[in-house]
Design a protein around this ligand. Structure first.
Ligand code: PHE
Length: 363
């Protein structure tokens, strides 16, 4: 019987049965294996096919066991061995390929084919740190008033951090700013004030600039103290600069930051690099100045400042007879806490993006 004589009206399964009458047992077994394997769509189903054919009682295994070698000539035995080995190798290799294929197509899609209706996975953009947000805002306010924004080193010489701003080694003010010493005798800066002299030496007078940056102090950490925090130093030196200019610039800054007119007051404050020195307080933004648990008496201490000490001008190579100036040290970390209502300073250094993401609406 030839294939051409197979009746046309019979379906594929019948056809398979029909031709099987004329095929060898190995070929039929192989074909059956191929059919079963191509129907397997999951790793489990492929495993079932493996057990069915190559398991201990599998069809291919049994096929070898049940062979009647007694009735075979040596030539037939040899051929049987070759055919059987080919069949086993074919089955093992096909199973391995099938496993790889179904594993690939089932990864992430639970054994389903590619599903184009599943929403795509977006990658997270991260978030700007709340202190960075406040810093960017401050920078743009000062740029609007003609100030330059300058970067500065976090490790300073002892001279830079202390002596250049009029804090000699035996001065008690050093104790207020205990810090971390590096092995090369430099210090992690305790404030950004060393930039006053650095800037005057480099740019001379007149000068207007701010220096935002990270500072360090040897502090016991609690909800309102950190060993690592941010300040923004400001310096303006020109002819006839007075406290009136200082107050004017500070009020402009604060009303821009808090989006309303802010009342300020100056109290005397001591810093060796300013004379006179002040603590600038703002009228409490939480209670409007009536007094509350946050401010106590209606005022919040916010910006230490003052007129640049004549010695600091001299250290910077500027003649104090000709020029005067003001300086301030805005606590950026503190401002960020007030601006965003963060009650514990330690959140800022914890590195948890879930905290930072909440503030990006302010960009
Ligand atoms: N450097 C001072 C501090 O960190 C703050 C300050 C800056 C005070 C400028 C006056 C003028 O405490």
């Amino acid at each position: 019987m030839y294939a051409s004589s197979i009746p046309q009206q019979i379906g594929y399964n019948h056809y398979k049965h029909y031709v099987s009458l004329f095929l060898s047992n190995e070929t039929m077994l192989k074909q059956q294996f191929i059919d079963d394997l191509s129907a397997a769509k999951t790793p489990d189903e492929v495993e079932q096919v493996r057990v069915k054919y190559l398991g201990r009682k599998g069809l291919i295994t049994n096929y070898a066991k049940n062979a009647d070698f007694g009735k075979m000539t040596p030539e037939e035995k040899k051929n049987f061995g070759i055919v059987l080995n080919e069949l086993k190798t074919f089955a093992a290799e096909s199973l391995q390929k099938a496993i790889d294929t179904v594993k690939q197509s089932s990864t992430g899609t639970k054994n389903k084919l590619l599903d184009l209706s599943i929403p795509g996975s977006s990658s997270s953009l991260g978030a700007l740190h709340p202190i960075t947000l406040v810093q960017l805002e401050i920078e743009s306010i000062f740029e609007g008033m003609g100030f330059t924004v300058l970067d500065s080193p976090e490790a300073e010489t002892e001279y830079g951090n202390f002596e250049s701003v009029n804090i000699p080694s035996d001065h008690p003010a050093r104790d207020m700013q205990d810090t971390f010493w590096l092995q090369n005798e430099m210090v992690l800066r305790t404030h950004t004030s060393s930039n006053q002299v650095r800037a005057l030496k480099r740019f001379g007078a007149p000068f207007r600039g701010i220096f935002p940056g990270r500072c360090f102090r040897y502090e016991a950490i609690d909800p309102s103290h950190e060993n690592t925090f941010f300040q923004c130093e400001g310096l303006m030196v020109d002819k006839n600069i007075s406290v009136a200019n200082l107050i004017g610039v500070m009020k402009t800054l604060l009303s821009e930051v808090f989006h309303r007119e802010i009342k300020v007051r100056l109290r005397p404050g001591f810093f060796p690099f300013v004379e006179p020195g002040f603590e600038l307080d703002i009228n409490c933004i939480f209670c409007g100045g009536k007094g509350c648990p946050i401010c106590g008496d209606g005022w919040i201490e916010l910006i230490p400042c003052g007129l640049v000490h004549p010695r600091v001008l001299e250290f910077g190579g500027v003649n104090p007879q000709e020029y005067s100036g003001f300086a301030f040290g805005l606590g950026l970390t503190r401002l960020a806490m007030m601006r965003f209502g963060v009650k514990d300073i330690r959140y800022f250094n914890c590195g948890d993006v879930r905290i930072y993401e909440q503030f990006n609406v302010f960009i």
